[in-house]
Design a protein around this ligand. Sequence first.
Ligand code: NAD
Ligand code: AHE
Ligand code: ZN
Length: 684
Amino acid sequence: MRLSTIKSTIAVAGGNLYRCSHPSTITNSEMLFSIFKPSLPDPLESPPALFYLSGLTCTDSNFIEKASSAFQTAQDLGIAIVVCGTSSQNRFEGDSESWDFGHNAGFYVDATEEKWKSKGYSMYSYVVSELPSLINSDFNCGVHSRGIFGHSMGGHGALQVAFKNPEIFCSVSAFAPICNPVEAAWGKKAFEGYLGSVDAGKEYDATELVKKKGAKTFDDILIDVGTKDQFLGDGQLLPQNFKLAADMSQQKVTIRMQEGYDHSYHFINTFVSDHVKFHAKRLKAEQRSKILQATEEVDTSMTGKPIKCNAMVARGPKQPLTHETITVDPPKAGEVRVKVMANALCHTDIYTLDGLDPEGLFPCVLGHEAGCIVESVGEGVLSVKPGDRVIPGYTPQCAKPSCIFCMSPKTNLCPAIRSTQGAGKMPDGTTRLRDEKGEELYHFMGCSTMAEYAVLAEISCAKIDDSAPLDKVCLFGCGVATGLGAVWNTCKVQKGETVAVFGLGAVGLSVIQGAKMAGASRIIAVDINPKKFEAAVKAGATDCVDSLNGLPEGKNVQQHIAGGLTQWGVDYSFDCTGIVSVMRAALECSHRGWGVSCIIGVAASGHEISTRPFQLVTGRSWRGTAFGGFKTRTDVPKLVDKYLEGELPIEQYITHTFEGVDKTNEAIDALHSGDCLRAVVKYF
Ligand code: NAD
Ligand code: AHE
Ligand code: ZN
């Protein structure tokens, strides 16, 4: 049963801002609050919640109207923001004799003085217990992690509430907080009025609390103060007292004195995005570790023994996969057996299943874009251990000094196990996969992650941050990394340069994301399916071209791009279709004199590219990329860290999710539907 009433809903920054009220049992009054809920790919997912405490005389409307730049960052990072009131809403004679005490100035304490206690002036308990559980039950936000921040009186509230409840609020920051209220006029007045003495206020004073704690509670606390803040000058804020006490207790505090800023919401609105980012990084890490603790333990009792598990077997080209129980043998020397937690479908799996891959071998277990946990390791394996989170890589990295490929910054194409990998075998030329009849099954791309367990070469395992959500970062196992790397590594697109992207699947869109992050000035997105354009524009495309039905009379797409949309063509073009005629168009729309066209798409067996040599004579060149030039074991962990830092969002690619390996055929149908970028199948 809902506890709160939604009074209004406003669409903001891609999410929704709800203004609500609810009959509070703690303040025994009808309380108002606002909540910004981001829209997430998985609407059932509970975003972390960041609680904002306002200052004296304020209500929730101050923040939502004057600090609204917070909402875009919150949407981008998938964080909910909750803004609550500043006192019980029971009105009575004498409750607002002065602006800094009483109504809308509850000072985030639980009043013990009867006059105020009887009127529900218990904002401390309201913030610590009542509101978080209401937000959890009514809005499914902050289920796994919460943070708190605030301004002035609310800054004081956030600091002391967090110090006393780090298990409820795992991150804290503040704007111009009243840091040492027992030493400040505002604080003394509030503590005397609500608690009967200033001394009683020590339990609500952040400086006193950090002194008493005498140890670190948070990895860092972010505090912004304006140098032109009048309340800094008149001794209300006292940030230096807090800094001193924190230093004594080894509690890191980052106090940023913002030159020329005052105490207003203009100050807050200027820096609020930094605070949301500060919290997002910590809240997401907390959320992940909470979810992980709950879900992902790996059972190592089968070490050294064959494991029977569910898998989807490709029995032959152009046939649906069959759901079977297979045996996955233990890892031999230099090998790693993993529990596959999630696998995403890539077009290349389909290409091979459709019999278009000259290296296609059947029966085999496909799949190569996954997130896994190490179950056991073979002899001599030192780089990973049971329990580690890894992303399998089909471009392994032996990193041996003798390997001219691994030692060269020019390529990621380590050949150490390429021949056996292409033959569907493990490096020793044998297989670890057998069907129920004991018949051998071929491995695929050195991965075979369409099974609950897989055996990989150690050099194909990218060990990643233990808190990374495997059903998200699995995307760095292929498509998304490939698109980003084609821009950053293979072509090294620079700020201001122009690009054209052919094919707007997950690979094409990640090329756009990479180009946008590189500062490309023009990003022309080409597809035959106009439904793809909305996502392309969201990713950063400046122009969209429907090369099937949207070209000017008598022009083909390359003539439209080079000579129409641009005078001489684009600096870089990317084929993300695998279609040789498109590869030609991509080359021919690249810039006269210096254009580079990068082939990412995988062409069907026997299909070859062609163009008039004149195109190259006049300065254009063709390149290709495998896995975007990323070196699996050194670069993939960095991509995951960038994601965890919130600097590289990828949730937008996950358009479909399925539960259970046996749902893989449905995921394949989804990819064929044309409105699927990545279908992630979660196995556990
Ligand atoms: P996808 O099927 O999701 O996307 C392909 C897109 O191309 C679709 O949007 C489709 O509408 C569009 N398209 C089809 N015909 C077109 C045409 N004539 N002109 C313009 N657009 C057209 O595929 P994906 O998963 O994004 O993969 C794209 C390609 O990249 C595939 O060929 C895949 O095998 C390859 N790939 C290569 C690497 C690598 O390392 N080189 C890595 C991953 C994927
Ligand atoms: N087996 C095909 C080659 C397929 C191909 O080019 N694969 C890409 C990765 S596609 C990922 O979705 C690749 O990295 N190739 C480099 C390599 O060594 O395979 C064929 O044509 O034989
Ligand atoms: Zn792939």
